[in-house]
Design a protein around this ligand. Structure first.
Ligand code: HEC
Ligand code: HEC
Length: 332
């Protein structure tokens, strides 16, 4: 069961968000496309409160979640660079590279499942992965991580949010999930256009029509520019969802990535193998639609995708709890 929280409710927790005005939707916007939804799904067992969001922000930014004391969620999903690290494959514990490119944490609250292969149902499940991943934050046990957070001084903060003895691995994930639901990017130029509040270039308008005419929007549909399903992408050696379900029918299936902020999250695809957006567009057309696009069409589509760059959340840097007079026991 999920409830929905409106931007107005989120606005008091984070930055203010522009109010939509009732104006005309331009006639050339294809059916289905629309402005970023004004509310995100919130699981019934993890309601958002300002204190929980604030704690989640600390945990998201705090390298104390990692064994080395050096890696935070923000190392790979940097809030200053559109929720990504712009690496082909992220750098984690002891300089190790993981197997996939880091997708953005921005708007992740909208995805039906988390990870390229959808192996985590929602943000709270996802947040339990990185701390225990040997090539990411590399904690040996959940207990070790919880003990470090306790020693850092997080106990009272968790108690304030979750009640007595609130500091636990589960509640850590809940707080992070609540914070991530504030990482939304409204008011992209396309959103303003669709609401009749602003214009986009002639090239972008041609690109908008093109992606609809040739069928990109059969997968990248709706206001999120993803239909949130898994689709086969016969590219590279990663078997994608097959490794999750064990079914050969799921070979090379990946969640359709959103186009929101895609211009800012290079390199592209689950393996980060493609450096430029224009190349990614060309490959998609060829592999998914069997179409060879002209240079002019690629340029128009890229111009359109650039109008989907929204307003990033404005986040003030927190002070982390730390013990006075001694350092935490970081390990190699
Ligand atoms: C060392 C780099 C690294 C760290 C640290 C890291 N992540 Fe990630 N994150 C990734 C990579 C790589 C993926 C994609 C992995 C996959 O799909 O198999 C990912 C996936 C995600 C996703 C899924 C997004 C989507 O579109 O499906 C979310 C949300 C996320 N991470 C949040 C977090 C949070 C919260 C933390 C801290 C608890 C964190 N990450 C720590 C690299 C990292
Ligand atoms: C059959 C469904 C389908 C169609 C049609 C489709 N895509 Fe995709 N698209 C996907 C999937 C699945 C992914 C994730 C690919 C991966 O795992 O790397 C994706 C990823 C992308 C990405 C990279 C996103 C990122 O963050 O790395 C871009 C850009 C993109 N598509 C653009 C397009 C364009 C432009 C078209 C039309 C020419 C198109 N797509 C048609 C399913 C589709």
């Amino acid at each position: 069961m999920k409830t929905y929280i409106s931007y107005c409710a989120i606005a008091f927790m984070t930055a203010s968000v522009g109010l939509a005005q009732a104006a005309e939707r331009p006639a050339d916007v294809p059916e289905g496309m629309g402005a970023l939804p004004a509310s995100v799904p919130v699981p019934a067992d993890n309601p958002m409160t300002p204190a929980k969001v604030e704690l989640g922000k600390q945990l998201y930014l705090d390298p104390a979640l990692s064994k080395s004391g050096n890696i935070s969620c923000n190392s790979c999903h940097n809030l200053g660079s559109w929720g990504v690290d712009n690496q082909v494959r992220s750098i984690g514990h002891k300089w190790q590279r993981g197997g996939r490119n880091a997708p953005t944490s921005f708007n992740a609250a909208f995805w039906s499942t988390q990870f390229w292969d959808g192996r985590a149902p929602q943000l709270e499940d996802q947040a339990k992965g990185p701390p225990m991943n040997p090539v990411e934050m590399a904690d040996d046990t959940e207990a070790q991580l919880v003990a470090r957070l306790q020693e850092a001084g997080y106990g009272p903060e968790f108690d304030k949010v979750f009640g007595k003895n609130g500091l636990s691995f589960n509640n850590m994930a809940k707080a992070i999930g609540a914070f991530e639901r504030t990482l939304l990017t409204p008011d992209a130029p396309f959103d303003r256009y669709v609401r009749g509040e602003g214009d986009i270039s002639a090239a972008a308008k041609r690109g908008m029509k093109k992606v609809d005419d040739i069928g990109c929007t059969s997968c990248h549909s709706g206001p999120l520019f993803t239909n949130n399903t898994f689709q086969q992408f016969n590219y590279g050696t990663d078997t994608g969802r097959e490794a999750v379900t064990g079914k050969h029918d799921d070979d090379h299936y990946f969640r359709v990535q959103s186009w929101r902020n895609v211009a800012m999250t290079a390199p592209y695809f689950h393996d980060g193998s493609v450096k430029t957006l224009s190349e990614a567009v060309r490959i998609m057309a060829r592999v998914q639609l069997g179409t060879k696009l002209s240079d002019a069409d690629v340029a128009d589509i890229v111009a359109f995708l650039k109008t989907l760059t929204g307003t990033p959340p404005s986040v003030t840097y927190p002070v982390f709890p730390r013990p006075a007079g001694h350092a935490l026991n970081w390990m190699d």
